[in-house]
Design a protein around this ligand. Structure first.
Ligand code: ATP
Ligand code: MG
Length: 459
């Protein structure tokens, strides 16, 4: 092991620390290795680099006192043992060189405050100053020091607690969880970018509802995602009540997560009913309604993504599209549904039609198994009909068979609203099944439309 040799050469004590040791004990795969030494992490990294016959890229971060080597096996980090002291008037800790134990004390959880010695006197031994091994066996997230101070010092650790609980399927120790509820409001001082990294890890866990329930119960969720919190609760009027849309949303999220690791499909599940609270109405005849929540939800998506520092590119557009369309397949369940309605959905959804159908299936959360079966059978039927229409009409990623350029060219028009109108009429004719998605038929109809509009084609 080159790090052990390098440490001996420069006369420092070195250890493998943190998540790598935890994952080794838990027999999980782990990505990156962190090395800590009592001395300069940068010097240790330089010595390790020297021991490699081949060139290995080394990055040095002097102001953090850390270094990174890019080995074939992956990236490895080096850091010198340090102690952190926080003052109430500043978010940034005072970082000084420290002892081995001081370095372990500054770590977030007992399960992450484990080390493996690389030193000759006890090589390979696991050093466990705070009972991390027992906590792993108890499946428990717990801070090594007073949790109040740990979380007040660095509030991001509260998000990390829930992230680890979600990823590892651990509980959070009662005192640790209580301290999170007390310090939740301090999350305000943490940047949204760092919060969202942890949130996305929670969303990507096997059963994300668990992490969200912890976020909700601790009130951390209230700090950055009030729209989701607003979904919680049931209201009744005249003995009529609606379902709790928060727990419904979490079920939908778990359902899509059981089928797909696509982070953005999971986000679409989180967002699909987000506009239910602002569109909720009570009507004496029909009870509770949420008319237009799909459109309003789609309109709310960019603002929420912007605030959460999520991407605003095609990933946001994808989520927005699925939110907007999430009720459309349900409307296609009826037997007498027209081909034109099917064509319209295919055109609007494009390549995301399969993901949309996955979201719709996940949206079936009734506890009545007969109903669930009926709904899912209905979606099977819709999918068969969509496949038929698709095969006939090739409407996915629809491109009009007569382009704007051709319309202008043949009819002698300059760019104008008229060109757009003609194009739109041609599209409508295809959707309505009056003509096929075919160039010759579209061109013929173009001449008829032009005549109706009083345009004489140039000769
Ligand atoms: P992952 O498997 O997700 O990488 P990890 O435990 O390795 O999990 P990292 O974020 O890579 O987590 O951090 C490495 C180690 O540094 C952690 O195991 C922990 O000991 C320590 N650490 C990281 N962030 C903090 C923090 N905010 N406060 C205290 N200790 C931290
Ligand atoms: Mg790590």
């Amino acid at each position: 092991m080159k790090v052990a040799k390098a440490a001996e050469n420069i006369g420092v004590k070195a250890y493998v620390v943190g998540g790598y040791v935890r994952d080794l004990v838990m027999e999980r795969g782990s990505k990156d290795i962190d090395f800590m030494c009592v001395g300069s992490g940068i010097e240790l990294a330089e010595e390790v680099k020297r021991l490699y016959p081949k060139h290995v890229p080394l990055s040095v971060f002097r102001n953090f006192g850390t270094a990174m080597l890019k080995l074939e096996e992956g990236e490895v980090e080096f850091v010198g043992a340090r102690k952190e002291s926080y003052r109430s008037d500043s978010r940034k800790p005072l970082v000084e060189t420290g002892t081995f134990l001081e370095d372990m004390e500054r770590r977030d959880f007992t399960i992450n405050a484990l080390a493996i010695s690389l030193n000759s006197e006890d090589f390979g031994e696991v050093i466990d100053p705070f009972g991390g091994l027992i906590d792993i066996s108890k499946k428990m997230i717990k801070t090594p020091m007073d949790p109040e101070i740990t979380f007040s010092d660095d509030p991001l650790r509260m998000m990390r607690a829930i992230r680890f609980a979600a990823q590892l399927k651990f509980d959070i120790d009662a005192d640790t969880f209580y301290a999170i509820t007390k310090n939740a409001h301090r999350l305000k001082i943490i940047s949204m970018e760092r919060i969202i990294v942890e949130l996305n890890n929670i969303i990507l866990s096997e059963q994300p509802s668990y992490g969200f329930k912890l976020l909700f119960a601790s009130k951390l969720l209230h700090e950055f995602f009030p729209e989701l919190v607003a979904l919680q609760g049931v209201e009744s009027v005249d003995d009529k009540s609606h379902k709790d849309n928060f727990y419904h949303t979490l079920k939908v999220l778990d359902n899509v997560s059981a089928k797909s690791d696509n982070l953005w499909l999971r986000w679409a599940a989180i967002m699909h009913d987000i506009a239910k609270p602002p569109t909720k109405r009570f009507n004496k005849k029909v009870g509770w309604t949420f008319h237009g929540h799909e459109d309003k939800g789609a309109r709310m998506t960019p603002g929420i993504f912007k605030r959460l520092k999520l991407p605003l590119d095609e990933r946001m557009k994808y989520v927005q599209k699925l939110v907007r369309l999430h009720l459309r397949p349900i409307a296609l369940v009826k037997d007498e549904v027209t081909d034109s309605a099917l064509r319209r959905l295919l055109m609007d959804a494009g390549d995301d039609i399969e993901d949309l159908m996955q979201l719709c299936r996940a949206d079936v959360t009734s506890k009545n198994n007969r109903k669930v079966k009926r709904y899912l059978d209905n979606f099977d039927k819709v999918e068969r009909k969509l496949a038929e229409v698709e095969e006939r009409d090739q409407l996915r990623n629809f491109q009009p068979p007569v382009s704007g350029e051709e319309i202008m060219e043949v009819l002698g028009l300059s760019p104008s609203k008229m060109v757009g109108d003609i194009k739109e009429e041609l599209k409508e004719a295809i959707l309505e099944g009056k003509i096929e998605n075919d160039h010759a038929q579209a061109k013929e109809l173009m001449f008829i439309i032009a005549e109706q509009k009083g345009i004489t084609p140039k000769k």
